[in-house]
Structure formats: C-alpha cells, structure tokens
Design a protein around this ligand. Structure first.
Ligand code: SAH
Ligand code: TRP
Length: 347
C-alpha cells in the first residue's frame, strides 16, 4: 500500500557541521603562549578561556547578580526582537561566538514567527558548544537548517557558507569588546565583508558607566569570575603540559578609565617559574607581576559609530535597556561612495 504521507526527512539532514580547527587548535594555543608569555608584559588572548569547564563557568557568570550585561541584552532582545525581525526580514542568522545560544532563541523565535527564517549558522571555537546547540535547535525549530562552523572568527570568517538569502550576523554578549581597538576594527571589516547590501549586523556592546558597577561585574562575591580567569591556566596545563598552580595567582579586575575598558589580570602571589613542557619554555614571574588575560571594552554611542564607520558600516538602530547599561545595535553596509577605512581616532 502507498503511504499516506511521503517519508519525512531524517533529523540529521537538518544539521551540517564544518570544523576548521582539527589539529590546529593546540598549535594556535602554543603560538599564543610563546608570543604572549615571553613579552615584557605577559598576555594571553581570551579565546582560550572556553574549554568545557570555562564554558560552564561562563554560563554561571551570566546568572550572577553582579553580571548585568546578559540580563540587559536579553531584555533588549525580548523587547525588540519583533521589530528586528521586521527590519531585517532575515532568511539566515549567522552568529559569531554563539556559545549556548541562550539569548539567540529570543531572536530565532521572532524570525520564526515572521516566517522568513530558514537557516542558522553558529560559529564558535568550542566544538562541543556548536554540536550541542545544533542538536537542540533543530529539535526546537522543526524545519530549521543548522550549519555549524567550528572555527576562530579571527581567522575563519571566510569559511562561513555562502548566504542562503537575506542575512543577519549576530555578535552578542559584548564579545567584540574583548579585542583592542585595532583588532576590533579589523574584525568588523571582515564581518562587513560577509554582508550584502540588504544584510545586517546585530551587535551587543557594554556601555561606559560607574566603575564600581563595572568592576563588580568582573569580580563577583562568589569568586566565580576569579575561577573562570584562573581556569585558563588549567587549559595550558592540560593542552601544553604546563605546570601552573592556580593557587599561585590572584584574580584582578580593574577599570582603565583612560581606555575605558575592564582589564582582567592574574597576579603572581610569589616569585616563581612555571614550566610549559610542550614548548620547553620556562615562564618566570616576579612576586606581584601581572599577566593580562582579557580586556572588555566599554562603549559610548560615538565610539561605536566610529568603529562601524571605519568598517564601512552605518548604524540603523541603537537600542538600549531602560537603565542604558548595554546597547544592541543594528547596522548595515554604508550606502554611498564613502569607502572609508580606518579613519577616525581608534580608542
Ligand atoms: N554569545 C554568547 C557567548 C559569549 S561568550 C553570549 O552572548 O552569552 C564568548 C563566546 O565566544 C564563547 O562561546 C567562546 O567560545 C567564543 N569565542 C571566543 N573567541 C572566539 C574566537 N576567536 N572565534 C570563535 N569563537 C570565539
Ligand atoms: N564578553 C564577556 C565580557 O566581556 C566575557 C566575560 C565576561 C569574561 N566575564 C568574564 C571574560 C570574566 C573573562 C572573565 O563581558
């Protein structure tokens, strides 16, 4: 007998995952350590925080009373997702540093209701997060295609698949603020290259405010942020056979009012040398020496518009929460002939 309904496509067909990291992950970490820990002022890039434990700690940070950015960004999204769906008419949502895509669901709901959404393209350096999020979202949104990209948005933006239609690139959580001004503009220019004339960038940025509020957000009472910061040492121990003792370091978070960014550091409690065996590299710390592990830039509307402009983008909407703690901005490729690059004061 003929079946009444044609066979349903199997769930797997909705998911495709590309990985651009296999084998190179450790090498990048090794290069970053060799480069960063032999400088006069030691420094590590932030992307190495997010192993399984780091990702879990970050999720818990997002729930802390002191860490307002996640709540503020979610509030803006909840309030404005319908408008954003209308304005962008997006068929495809690309998300950079997608993590668990917790807030993204608000946007996916609105695009889904508008009936335009066909594909979600999450990109993250953490393989597990891309895979889990693809599984969950294809279940939650029947018919949605998820094309996950395991990769580094500083190096692999060119591997984002060809647009399936009108596209929104989401870059949430203030992650763009984790890059110093020059790199920030370079990344924004590369993101702009992913956009056609009808496409948009939706970006979350934390705003300048009372330093006490800012510092508390990066140095909570429970010590979760301290644990997250020190976790990067455990990543080095595991991946590069290093011998850091997290107990040898204090967590430091301070607002640099000249640059208007939060700086996160690990301060050596005593003079010591830690061996990084995979690199045959002894790393010496003086007592009290500080190593920078992250910056988190805080924005004003002027700073953000200057950065967008330098990347060939123009602001469409500036959305904030009632207390103006955080901003969500929608921008698009600038119209007109002004092919400006890097103009203006990058701070
Ligand atoms: N977008 C989520 C998560 C923010 S945490 C939110 O708003 O809550 C930052 C995320 O970006 C982490 O999942 C981390 O793994 C990822 N990430 C950091 N640096 C990256 C890089 N260079 N390339 C790709 N993903 C990166
Ligand atoms: N993008 C987040 C931010 O700048 C990342 C972050 C939040 C973070 N808290 C942290 C990074 C603590 C390191 C340590 O707000």
């Amino acid at each position: 007998m003929e079946p009444l309904t044609p066979p349903q496509p199997v769930a797997e067909a909705a998911i495709r995952i590309d990985s651009h990291l296999s084998g190179t992950g450790q090498r990048t970490l090794a290069d970053d350590v060799l480069d960063g820990l032999t400088r006069p002022f030691k420094e590590l890039p932030p992307k190495h925080f997010y192993d399984a434990r780091g990702a879990e700690l970050f999720d818990r940070i997002c729930e802390l009373p002191e860490y307002y950015p996640t709540r503020a960004e979610r509030a803006i999204l909840t309030e404005r997702a319908g408008d954003l769906a209308q304005l962008t008419d997006a068929v495809e949502l690309v998300e950079l540093g997608s993590g668990t895509a917790a807030k993204t669901r608000v946007l996916l709901d609105a695009l889904d209701q508008a009936g335009t959404l066909a594909r979600y393209v999450p990109m993250d350096v953490t393989e597990r997060m891309v895979r889990d999020c693809a599984e969950e979202l294809t279940e939650e949104y029947p018919g949605l295609q998820v094309h996950g990209v395991i990769g580094d948005f500083e190096r692999h933006l060119g591997r984002i698949p060809q647009a399936a239609g009108r596209r929104v690139v989401a870059f949430l959580g203030g992650t763009i603020g984790n890059f110093p001004p020059g790199s920030r503009r370079r990344i924004l220019r590369e993101i702009a290259a992913l956009l056609g004339p009808d496409d948009h960038l939706l970006m979350g940025t934390d705003l300048v405010k009372d330093p006490r509020v800012l510092e508390a957000a990066y140095d909570d009472d429970q010590g979760l942020t301290a644990e997250f910061n020190r976790n990067v040492l455990l990543v080095l121990n595991r991946e590069l056979d290093a011998e850091f003792d997290p107990e040898d370091f204090d967590h430091v978070a301070l607002f640099d009012s000249q640059h208007e960014w939060i700086e996160m550091r690990l301060r050596a409690r005593r003079e010591h040398t830690a061996m990084v065996r995979a690199l045959d590299l002894p790393v010496h710390f003086d007592a009290g020496e500080e190593m920078r592990t992250e910056i988190s830039a805080k924005f004003t509307r002027e700073r953000l518009e200057a950065d967008l402009h330098a990347a060939g983008l123009e602001l469409v909407s500036w959305l904030t929460d009632p207390e103006a703690l955080f901003a969500l901005t929608l921008s698009r490729p600038a119209s007109g002939t002004d092919e400006s690059t890097g103009s203006g004061d990058a701070r």
